[in-house]
Design a protein around this ligand. Sequence first.
Ligand code: CTP
Length: 399
Amino acid sequence: MKVIVGITGGIAAYKAPLLVRLLRKEGHEVKCVATDHALQFVTRLTLETVSDNKLYSDLFDRGNNHSTEHISLKDWGDMIIVAPATANIIGKMASGIGDDALSTLLLSMSRKPIMLAPAMNTQMWECPAVQRNIEYLRSVGVHIVSPTDGELACGTSGTGRMAEPEEIMRQITSLPDARPIHESPLNNMRVLVTAGPTYERIDSVRFIGNYSSGKMGFALAEALASMGATVELVSGPTSLSVHHPLIHRTDVESARQMFDAATTLFPDCQAAILSAAVADYRPEQTADHKLKKQGEEGMTLKLVQNPDILATLGSRKVEGQTLIGFALETDNELDNARHKLEKKNLDYIVLNSLRDKGAGFGVDTNRVTIIGRSGASLETPLLSKKEVAEVIVRHCLCH
Ligand code: CTP
């Protein structure tokens, strides 16, 4: 692969030559583009030596073969990674400003994968304008290598340290397929996602619930939004938060509330992914006070069935809508999942394996099998829920 490494003016620029070396070690060709400020932290000679190529830094460099040489780099490179990316370059990119060789090149690379590895002081990273810019760039498909926590050059500690070159390298090599990430393949698509558990009230202080954390559903919402979709996220009770301008969140508690929200939103959506762990039953009666202990006799709760949200959407689905459900099975996994796909009129069903230690409720990883109507299936290895979410969205919705 031909990789352009952009370097901007932050102390983490001293790590850029290491990234270039890692890329070259893996057999990639590298050309570097640095801002003037970057060259205060790392020298031209170092970057030219490790990349074994000329460094680009000046829009009007006399040494360029022609005045738009930096732009022709866009045709040469298969992707660009800016490491470190300062708040300044992030702001310029989000606003469409090109006033030096790197920012101009970034504007011209909208058809190629773009990655940014931000590095800055914690307060700068948390500044609402920077976060808004990051969210915007994510939503149009720019891949952000999140900064990490730790000691910062300014003597404080917090989030803002550039990810280590090895981690950036890992994310470059696991970039989902060769599709330009700066495309928004799901632009103009509205997708409903259900997430988390439902709580079914017994009385004013007790409920029947389950261990679902909502992590898979939230990861799906983020993956969809990062590909340009508007997301209607209907969430049961969870401690998770989400901040993305394309994600509209509706919080619910019970299965019936989730049913009402989902059925209201679905007609305006082109797709729905129902990952919530909905309680199949609820207490027939709920008390609006705390029930007293019933004594040694014990206590019987009569449960009545909740509406099946997925099956209801399946029966209301119209041409052009894609419906994706989840299945949690312990026996006869594939057969049961296929049966559910048919019975609930789904386009895809995502089978969650409970056999893997790292898969299922509460954990950050998952391993799934995605089964389509034709019977064809796609099995993932154990991946982070974020990666699983990207695979599901790409496989089921990006055609
Ligand atoms: N689901 C739903 N509404 C319900 C129950 C389930 O929308 N009342 C959805 C879940 O969000 C999931 C799928 O249906 O996408 C499968 O849920 P699962 O619990 O595996 O299956 P059930 O249909 O409840 O069947 P069973 O419990 O018999 O396996």
